[in-house]
Each structure stands twice: as structure tokens, then as C-alpha cells.
Design a binder for this molecule. Sequence first.
Ligand code: 2AM
Ligand code: CA
Ligand code: CA
Ligand code: CA
Length: 274
Amino acid sequence: MKELQTAIDAARQAGALIREKAFVSKQIDVKSSASDLVTEVDKEAEKIIRRFITSHHPDHVILGEEGVDAGVVAAKEALTNHRVHEHLWIVDPIDGTTNFIHGFPFFCVSIAYAVKQEVVLGVIYDPIKDELFTAEKGKGAWLNGEPIQVSSERTLAESLLASGFPSGDPAGMRQVNTDGILRLSPHVRNIRAGGSAALHLAYVAAGRLTGYWELDLNAWDLAAGAILITEAGGMVTDTIGNPYEIGVRHILATNGSVHVAVKQALAEAGATGF
Ligand code: 2AM
Ligand code: CA
Ligand code: CA
Ligand code: CA
């Protein structure tokens, strides 16, 4: 579908700006707290993506992180207002802004397109490694044009998992997630926390991670990554096993084989976020 090319071109163009600014100092603004930051590059990258989408699809609606006020309440409200639109783009101009600010090279552009509230394509672009992850409903998932699939590990003991520490308003979520990490860590090969939800999801799709979970994320962190994983043969639910849809905040995404085991461990640790 022609929307895929729009998403790819927009992600690459925004990515070029992000790459150019990656390792130079930038102006940082605080949003809801000292761990919720934004730079002028986030805003400029979102403008580039918006311009691109609007020029090719003038009747489509865009939900972009930097077009929404800070905080969980505003994010939920924005999703409620936007999700009713038949042609909806869900955009995170830089996922991993904290990494971008610190010069830790793990961040990406994330763009999804949903029709009647169902995500039908996703693009995630890592401008540092020049890796473009793409997926289209029913057609598969690719990395730089080559088909990708989730990994083949069957047990927790063989699994490389990733998680993350939410920065948002319910600060207690960090403690809750630490409980989940403590519960799982003795049983898995290892756990990573790279700081970009979307890139972690892309890595699950590409078989570089066995699975990933994180609490209290927003639609723009997850939409593109979710379809990448489904199309790569994996499984995406919330942390208690309900199927992914664009309102999910507590995400569990795996190769499928270890899904139940991770879900059970989180439940036993009281670390599902629910
Ligand atoms: P961001 O870089 O686009 O803000 C890292 O754990 C993940 O959490 C990233 O995907 C990051 O996305 C997201 N994140 C960062 N700050 C957040 C906040 N205040 N509320 C919710 N999610 C946040
Ligand atoms: Ca942010
Ligand atoms: Ca994000
Ligand atoms: Ca962002």
C-alpha cells in the first residue's frame, strides 16, 4: 500500500536530521519531570513527519507524541480523541529521547498507520545503524528489505529479554517493574534495558531479543513495533495476556514460545502493572 512508502520516506527524512544532531549538544526542555525530556530535534523531526504524511494523505489524522501535552492524563485523552478516526497515523519522532540526549546510540523513529483502529503497517528506523524495520499486515516484516522472523528459543533459560523503566507520572511503576526484573533474572540468560521501547520491539521482531515487556507506555511507543512482531511470527499482548490494541499500556511481546512463562513470572511477582 502506498502508505508504506510514505512512512518509509518520512522516517528516513526525520532520521537524517536525528543522525546529524545525535552527538552534538542540544537544547533540552523538561516536560512532566526530570526524566521526561524533549529537545528541539524531537519537535523538528515530528514536524518533518507530519508535513510528509499530510502532503501525501491530506484527509488522514496524526497522533504524534510532541503534539500532545505532557503527562499520562493528556496522553490517554489524546488517544481517545484520535483513535476514532478511520485513517490514523501514530508517530513517535524520537523513541529513546533520554538516550539521544546522553549520546547513548539506541533510539529510533517510529511510525504506524491504523485503519479503523487496527494497525496495518509499521516502520521503525534506527538512524545510527541505518536499520529500517518495516511490516505490513498479512505481508510480513523486513529489515532493510530482507525478511525477518522472531527467535527460536523455547525456554526462559535460553532467553535474552529486555525491559525498561517507565519515566511517567505513576512513579511507583519503576518499583513494580524492578520486582518483575528481580523475579525473572535468575531464570533467564540475561535482561537488557536499552531505553527505547520501539527499538526493543523491533529487536524482538528481528530475533535479536527473545522477548520484551514494559509498563505504562503510550500508543506511539508501541504501535509500529507491535505489527512488526506479529508479522515476524511473534506474540504481542498486554502483561496479563489480552491481545494488543492501540490503547494497551503494559506490553508483553515475545517470540511466542516463552510468552506464557514470562506472563506467569510477572503475575507471580505482582509486576503486571494492573
Ligand atoms: P520516549 O523516549 O519517546 O519518551 C524507555 O523506557 C521508554 O519509555 C521509551 O520508549 C520512552 O519514550 C518512554 N518514556 C520516556 N519518558 C516517558 C514518560 N514520561 N512517560 C511514558 N513513557 C516514557
Ligand atoms: Ca518522550
Ligand atoms: Ca516513545
Ligand atoms: Ca518520543
